[in-house]
Design a protein around this ligand. Sequence first.
Ligand SMILES: [Mg+2]
Length: 364
Amino acid sequence: MTEARPRITEVSARAVTIPTDAPESDGTFAWTATTIVLAKVQGGGSEGLGYSYAAGAAQAVVNDSLAAILKGREVFDVGGIWEAMRWQVRNLGSRGVCACAISAVDAALWDLKAKILGLPLCELLGRRRETVPVYGSGGFISYDDKRLREQLSGWADEGCRWVKMKVGRDPDRDLERVKAARQAIGETGLFVDANGAWQPKEALYWAERYASFGVAWLEEPTSSDDLEGLRLVREQGPAGMDVAAGEYGFESFYFRRMLEEGAVDVLQADATRCLGLTGFLQAANLAAAWNRPVSSHCAPAVHLHAACAAPNLRHMEWFHDHVRIEQMIFDGAPELKHGAIAPDLSRPGLGLELKTQDLQRYAA
Ligand SMILES: [Mg+2]
């Protein structure tokens, strides 16, 4: 490299809130809009883009706390900047909103580095696969049965090998919904997500019933803070039904504890929360060391390149709300083909460009 090494000249974040296309709810939460915090890092004549689905407060963490320590640093020093960002938020509480802010900036840094090098990010990270299977994810409790059937069977028709629906709010109604879903999707794999709604013994009770509908994946059957509870469900639940959790992991110690406790069959990790693509790959490597597969949680556009590089990756989540937002605001958002998505290798970095005009109307 003959030129001076590129340095970061500008860092900023903005939050936009986008209404859902219908009310959405799960076992423990309900929402009608989703906020995405977009981070931008400039340097070397290029611009990196990252994001997190988080509160608007993450925007303030980037602009007020992280930006100052990034400016002037070498763009390619992604690992060193990642360490510095973690120390920078130490006194604010490094998990939660701060971890989301770091996640967005880390993705933007990787995107920028790959763009400057003229590489699709998966090649910079070390690609293991060219396409990644996804499971269709939605099936909100707020949907009526018609929409539930249409959404889940729609993904099955597009080649998804698995689809996921929410449960955990009204047990008797859930059983009817699971039955309706199974009828709609035929032999396609059926996943359920209780978002921590049950006590462990309740979870076992429902797991047995769902087993008769061929449910193959039980996500957060009990609070993901209750690692003993997850382990009980995992060890005593029906054979062939994987217990999955990890979406609220904000750093690698959390994932280590989850694996050490034997709490999960499949570790989920969310790069928009767990300290970015750097943290996501750490989680995947930890899972590999415990011989557990990893699955990315939500936000498919930012996970895709890292998912191509991650060891032991089983699949990615194709989450209705985020797929819709990402196709709305990014040129280059991944497109579902035969139940899988693939990076566009002709585009450098994450391959995403903000559609700024379309975004303007959602500005806070
Ligand atoms: Mg979940």
